[in-house]
Design a binder for this molecule. Structure first.
Ligand SMILES: [Mn+2]
Length: 255
């Protein structure tokens, strides 16, 4: 008898060498999905990704976990965030992850139609970031960037990282939330979905407005966030400790 599949959603883990406990936690989390389940990585999984040929040791540990997941029959999908938008074909070939466009439609096990997105394009209140996004997501920029020498690429990446940290400090949290009008407009005009699942803002929450819902996944710091959907329970957003010993369903969208 086949069991009903589960769908797992994770974003904004920002994996980097300075937080090895997050990498250990990810290895534990990867034990939970079973063959036939889907894992959806919705952006900013890596703190920074310069190019597939410059993956660092901690990145390779994550790749190994993903390869192990896909190797035992779990479908893993990778969507770019604003930190790891340079993840490319070689990464997908090494891990057997499928790349997922932003946004992408998705149907949960209970039949609910969703829209998956990293979510940064909903954060329109932040002008300098909008300009940055137009440049770095441009295919011509990426074409040129990939052909620069390694040292130059690392240099540019480090500058991007520094500016991003600086912008966070100067703007504070507020301007980073999604634009509510834009979300409403998107629901009204551009999608049949009744639910958006997104990350990016680091403000984990289930927003519900009549029949429409928006689940925002959380980032990984002193606790971990992930969502899991199945046929019976609907979609739950969990917060767990770093050892994954205590998992609490903080928000739930009923099936
Ligand atoms: Mn982001």
């Amino acid at each position: 008898m086949s069991k009903t599949p589960k769908h797992w959603f994770i974003s904004d883990t920002h994996f980097c060498a300075s937080r090895p406990e997050h990498i250990d936690a990810f290895a534990k989390l990867c034990q939970l999905p079973e063959a036939g389940d889907s894992v959806l990585l919705l952006g900013d999984i890596f703190e920074i990704w310069v190019s597939d040929d410059l993956a660092e040791a901690c990145d390779l540990q994550i790749e190994a976990e993903l390869k192990q997941l896909t190797g035992r029959g779990v479908q893993v999908y990778f969507m770019h965030g604003n930190r790891d938008f340079m993840v490319g074909k070689d990464f997908c070939a090494r891990t057997a992850c499928k790349s997922l466009r932003d946004p992408s439609p998705w149907t949960l096990p209970d039949g609910r139609r969703c829209m998956l997105t990293h979510g940064d394009w909903f954060c329109t209140d932040e002008k300098s970031y909008r300009r940055y996004r137009l440049i770095v997501r441009n295919p011509l920029f990426q074409f040129i960037f990939r052909r620069l020498p390694k040292a130059k690429r690392l240099d540019i990446a480090n500058n991007i990282r520094k500016n991003s940290i600086k912008a966070h400090r100067e703007n504070g949290q507020r301007s980073y939330d999604a634009n509510a009008e834009l979300i409403q407009h998107y629901f009204d005009k551009y999608t049949e979905a009744s639910c958006i699942i997104m990350g990016h803002t680091h403000l984990p929450m289930l927003h519900q407005n009549q029949a429409k819902a928006r689940m925002v996944l959380g980032d990984w710091r002193d606790t971990l966030w992930y969502a899991c959907a199945d046929q019976q329970r609907g979609l739950c957003l969990f917060e767990a400790d770093l050892k994954l010993e205590q998992n609490h369903c903080r928000y739930r969208l009923q099936a």
